[in-house]
Design a protein around this ligand. Sequence first.
Ligand code: NAP
Length: 329
Amino acid sequence: MRKKTAFTICTDRQANLRYLKDRIIAVIGYGKQGRAQALNLRDSGLDVIIGLPQKSKRQARQDGFEVYSTEEATQVGNLISILAPDHLHQEIYQRQIEPNLSSGKTLLFACGFSIHFQLVLPPDFVDVIMVAPHAPGEVMRRLFLQGKGVPCFIAVKQDRSGNAQKKALAYAKAIGCTKAGVFETTFEHEAIGDLFGEQAVLCGGLTQLLKAGFDILVDTGLPPENAYLECVHQLDFIVNTIKSYGIAGMFDRISKTAEFGSYLSGKRVITKQVKRQMEKILQEIEDGTFAKRWMKEYEGGMRNYRALKEQVTEHPIEKTGKKIRRLSR
Ligand SMILES: NC(=O)c1ccc[n+]([C@@H]2O[C@H](COP(=O)([O-])OP(=O)(O)OC[C@H]3O[C@@H](n4cnc5c(N)ncnc54)[C@H](OP(=O)(O)O)[C@@H]3O)[C@@H](O)[C@H]2O)c1
C-alpha cells in the first residue's frame, strides 16, 4: 500500500508569470498538446519557440512561431517543454535533448510516464517539473480563448534552482489551468493514476462495456441502431450530468425505473472478479510491466498495436455509430 500524501490545490493568485518572463520556452512537438500549449503560452505574453523534425514544421510556421530543429530549440530555450508522444521521449531525449542541456535549464513534462519509469534520466543540474493538463489540447485552447481553463496536475522531481514549483505554477497559469484548479502531486502518482484511469476505466474499460452491451442486444435480435441508441448514444448526457451533479445527482435526474434497475444490476456487472482484474492491471502498471511492454511494442515496429487498432475500427458498432451520427447531425 502506497503512503498517502496530502493533495495541495493551488489557485490563480498563487501563480506568478514573472518566473517565466525573460526566458525562452522551447516547445518540443507541435501535436495535440504542443500546438495548444504553445499558442496559450504566447497569448499569455511569453517567449515561445518550437522544436520539430523537418516534416511537420509547416503548421507551426503558419501559426507565426520561430521553428528550429529539436537540438537547436533545446540549446536556445531555457525551459524545454517536452510535448512529443511518450513512447518517443527516451529516443528524443537521448539523441536530441540531453547533449544540448546546460546548467540552469528546466525540463517540463506533460505526463509523469517517462520520468517515473526512468526512460528519461535527467542530469542533476536542471530543474525537472511536470504540468499535466486534464484535457485534450483542442479543448484546452478553446476554453483558453473563452477566458476559461482546464484543471491540471503539477509536480517537481528536481529543484535545482529553488524555484521549480513556482515555474510549474507560472506555466500552468500561462496555459490557463489556474482558472480551473491546479493540483500538486508527484510524477509517480500522476503516471500511475493516469495509466490506470485510461486503461481500466475511462478509455479501455468503458469502451469494452459499451461494446459488450451492444453485442449482447444485437446477438439477441435487436437492430444494431436500437442497441447503439440504448447503450452508447446517450453517454454524453450521463457523463455531463455526473460532471455537473455527481453520481447521486445523476440518479436523481433519470427515471425511477432506470435508477432502481441500475442499483440492482450495476454491481452484478462490476463483480469481485472484475475488480480483481482491475487490481491486476494496476499492479502491472505499478511494477513497470506495462511501460516495458509499450516500449517493446514501439521498438518492435508496433505490429500488435496496429492489429488491435484494426479490430476496434472493424467492429460493427463503428458502422452503426457512423449512421446514427449522420442522422442526428
Ligand atoms: N493528447 C492529450 O490529450 C494529452 C493530455 C495530457 C497530457 N498529454 C501528454 O502530452 C505529451 C504530448 O502528447 P500529444 O498527444 O500532444 O502528442 P502528439 O500529438 O502525438 O505529438 C506529436 C508531435 O510530436 C512531434 N515529434 C515527433 N518526434 C519529434 C522529435 N524528435 N522532436 C520534436 N518533436 C517531435 C511530432 O512531429 P511529427 O508530426 O513531425 O512526427 C508532432 O508534432 C505526452 O507526454 C502526453 O502524455 C497529452
